[in-house]
Design a protein around this ligand. Sequence first.
Ligand code: SAM
Length: 248
Amino acid sequence: MIEKKGSVIYTLDSSTGRLFLVSTPIGNLDDITLRAIKVLKEVDFILAEDTRSAIRLLRHLDISKKVTSYFSYNEEKRIPGILDQLRTGKKVALISEAGTPLISDPGHKLVVAAIQENIRVIPIPGPSAILAALVASGLPTNRFLFEGFLPRKKGRQKVLQQLSTEKGTIILYESAVRIQKTIEDIVKILGNRYIVLARELTKKFEEFIRGFAQDILKELDKRTLKGEIVILIAGSDFQPGMFIKNGQ
Ligand code: SAM
């Protein structure tokens, strides 16, 4: 039941169906919470962006559970059936290939649809590359802006221009193959900002590369970066004193 008071909507939770948004590891399989394991054991079925990696994780956790695919291309088609199940009281978990669902991953349409149906949506917090990268970057953590992946072509320049006035730390997701081009574009539009590349977080070859964008580009001429990368860009107010003192 939904009560409306002016423009504020209060949800009186009446259905027993539950949609759990479960965060899973971003590399190291030990990075999963006790609550996440409990929920994955208890739900009726799991929606997974990538069924193969989900089954691998469940096997590691010794959980045997029905897994069905839910990814960006089948999202809209899948929603009515999932809502039917939730309406009958089923408990459903959504997981993405890695980290927190909906963070540059599918799920937002399903969450909105569930809220509209007055179905309770429950977050099960855990790993996400954004915060892991930010806290170890050394860049200010009091204010930050997460932009996800930059558009590949159309709108790319405009987004970078909008970011140029941001005072807080800017966080981008990027794949290793496009890292050089993206840093070149950052230099063109935001200037020679202080940048941190957080690579392969929680994995064997975890690495933080810190420096001014142009120095990082020189480094990338010498070596090819592999794996998954978060780019953190110092905001427009950033004072790089502490890094320079360290000779970085
Ligand atoms: N939902 C995920 C999360 O909560 O972080 C993000 C999924 S998004 C499709 C994948 C991107 O996240 C990668 O291209 C990379 O930028 C970042 N990422 C994910 N895992 C990472 C890791 N272990 N190390 C560095 N970056 C990672």
